[in-house]
Design a protein around this ligand. Structure first.
Ligand code: BG6
Length: 301
């Protein structure tokens, strides 16, 4: 659909319009009485969310590039239908293909409470089917209001069950890692991916002082990012997700990526609501599975 057709069918005055940003990428731009949010049609990738009167809640790298078929650094990439490396084919992209292919807009609405609702669907092609030989649909529902709610909805439209890995791989903006503690995972078992993989149990809150790459398993807990520098707590509530990934690449890995910016790693932490490792989800034929997150912000007490 062209930009003018998108605006004709789906723009909503005082809520939503579609634009083309510098690199020819189409984005939905939401601005309502509560907050602003940008979503790229490539990957149905939420790239920004900023409630009124707040610093951005979602981190987007100052060097983020909008290149067809490449994931955007920052925002809320969708990892689907697998998380991390593919189980049997190392040639396939890590974290699946959903974040690098075009999605279509199915529906947009202004809700009675003043929020804005959008629904996207991944566009299947011969190339996506070659990577994921299952009959399925995947949609992302975005509700932009006082909070940001994202629902990733997978439907098995085929005759046989399939096993799904997934994550909403959200990068949160923080004042500085040294000012930040992540709570909610105390006492939870995790797979530590830094160095030799090991299983450990979280003691106390998470403080980031070096590379962190951990998959916490069997947890549906709400996580809090307490940020003394911005005097706020980001709440990450979820359902349909039993893993939480906490990731910060720290200096060396961030530099290698080339799209993080010099000090970018200090201003972000990924807290990803996921289903990975022993929490992969079996979606039975004809069934639907939904992973939902809701992000909100409050001042530190
Ligand atoms: C995290 C993984 O979810 O994503 C890390 O646990 C990985 O191992 C990170 O490095 C970023 O992945 P990518 O593919 O977006 O660079």
């Amino acid at each position: 659909m062209s930009l003018s057709e998108l605006n004709l069918h789906f723009a909503i005055s005082n809520h939503l319009k579609f634009s083309e940003i510098a690199d020819g990428m189409t984005v939905a731009e939401v601005a309502n009485q509560f907050s602003r949010c940008t979503i790229a049609l490539q990957g149905a990738h939420v790239t920004t969310w900023q409630p009124q009167g707040q610093a951005p809640v979602i981190w987007l790298s100052p060097l983020a590039r909008y290149i067809p078929s490449k994931s955007i650094r920052g925002g809320a990439p969708i990892c689907w239908p697998w998380f991390g490396p593919h189980a049997s084919d190392s040639k396939l992209s890590g974290h699946g293909y959903a974040r690098t292919v075009p999605w279509r807009v199915l529906e947009t609405r202004a809700l009675p409470d003043g929020s804005t609702f959008l629904r996207f669907e991944l566009i299947e092609t011969v190339a996506t089917q070659a990577q994921w030989p299952n009959s399925s649909t995947v949609q992302l529902e975005v509700t932009v209001g006082q909070t940001l709610r994202l629902a990733l909805v997978t439907k098995n439209t085929g005759q046989r069950d399939f096993v799904l890995g997934e994550a909403l791989h959200t990068y949160f903006q923080i004042s500085d890692v040294a000012q930040t503690t992540i709570r909610g995972l105390e006492g939870t078992e995790y797979l530590d991916k830094v160095g030799d993989p090991a299983r450990r149990t979280q003691q106390g809150g998470i403080v980031i002082e070096s590379e962190v790459d951990r998959v916490y398993v069997n947890t549906a807990a709400t996580c809090l990012i307490e940020d003394k520098g911005l005097n706020r707590t980001i709440h990450i509530a979820k359902s349909g997700s039993h893993s939480t990934v906490v990731w910060n690449p720290w200096t060396e890995k961030a530099n290698k990526m080339g799209d993080f910016g010099e000090h970018g790693y200090r201003n972000m932490v990924c807290v990803e609501s996921a289903n990975a490792f022993e929490n992969l989800v079996t979606v039975a034929a004809g069934e639907t599975h939904q992973l939902t997150v809701e992000y909100s912000v409050e001042s530190l007490a």
